[in-house]
Design a protein around this ligand. Structure first.
Ligand code: DBV
Length: 257
């Protein structure tokens, strides 16, 4: 039997899948907060290179959006677009250590192998009940509601455990219509629920004492150092933009505490 030849009616996945609607939702949610610019060096605002093979070059753009607010030291979105090769929105809210708040983290990643999605309110110190309990009590009902509608994303590295909450929403979805339907009907409302809760917690947060702030800051540094050291995007960004640019981007923009 001869193998079947590809046909014009085979399913196609268009390049240019984009997480833009999620970024728009986040920026709209932040707008009432009197957002101020967060300085980002020009070389990191928008970086464009050519990747892929000589016969099939692909333009890749990594763009950064960032702001600060009264209670957030840095809010930043790293957006990678390389057509069908990759589309990423990595979105993190870094609170000022003067406020007893977790981090907001979203990692929305599309690769040729599928979508990989992580959403969490991550603690600066998981062993500190005063820090975690008020968050997790309110996060867990939201997590339960959305988790049952998504397949589990599988194991994550043991060493990452201290940095996750019990409300870590983590899934892998296939490319194509089925995955996109779940992204629109489950992942996007889940993203907005997590963000709404986070902004509520921030609105309620009162400044803490200097001693408490120092403890929170130490926890924030452990978290940030871990994320910088283990950034799963390092390989991809290095391939796209080179090692020097990538290391500077990771240490002076993405995880700059
Ligand atoms: N991840 C980042 C930043 C990215 C980024 C700054 C600028 O922290 C993208 C882009 N994440 C990214 C890419 C991959 C992952 C994977 C490109 C795929 C890597 C690959 O397969 O080559 C959640 N993200 C992952 C993985 C986890 C997370 C657990 C799988 C790692 C693995 O399989 O080894 N990222 C992790 C996490 C948060 C987060 C817990 C916070 C909510 O942002």
């Amino acid at each position: 039997m001869t193998p079947e030849r590809p046909s014009s009616t085979d399913p196609v996945v268009l390049p240019g899948w984009t997480w833009q609607p999620f970024l728009d939702d986040a920026v709209n949610a932040l707008h009432p907060l009197n957002i101020q610019p967060y300085p980002i060096a020009e070389e990191f605002l928008q970086k464009q290179d050519i990747t892929g093979s000589r016969s099939k070059p692909v333009t890749v753009t990594t763009a950064t959006w960032a702001c600060r607010t009264e209670k957030f030291r840095q809010v930043r979105a790293a957006c990678v677009n390389a057509g069908a090769a990759a589309s990423v929105l990595n979105f993190v809210i870094n609170p000022l250590s003067r406020f007893d708040l977790p981090f907001f983290g979203g990692d929305l990643v599309t690769l040729p192998s599928g979508h990989l999605l992580a959403l969490d309110l991550q603690p600066a110190d998981k062993s500190d009940e005063q820090h975690t309990r008020p968050v997790w009590n309110r996060l867990l009902p939201i997590f339960e509601r959305w988790r049952e509608k998504l397949p589990d994303g599988g194991p994550i590295p043991e060493e990452a455990q201290p940095f996750f909450s019990p409300g870590f929403l983590w899934t892998r979805l296939p490319l194509g219509e089925e995955g996109e339907h779940l992204i629109e009907t489950v992942v996007r409302p889940a993203f907005n629920d997590y963000l709404r809760l986070y902004l509520e917690l921030a609105a309620e947060a009162e400044p803490v004492s200097d001693a408490r702030r120092d403890d929170l800051l130490a926890g924030q540094r452990r978290y940030t150092d871990y994320r910088a050291e283990k950034d799963p995007a390092r390989g991809m960004l290095t391939r796209f933009h080179g090692s020097d640019w990538t290391e500077n981007y990771i240490h002076t923009v993405l995880f700059d505490l």
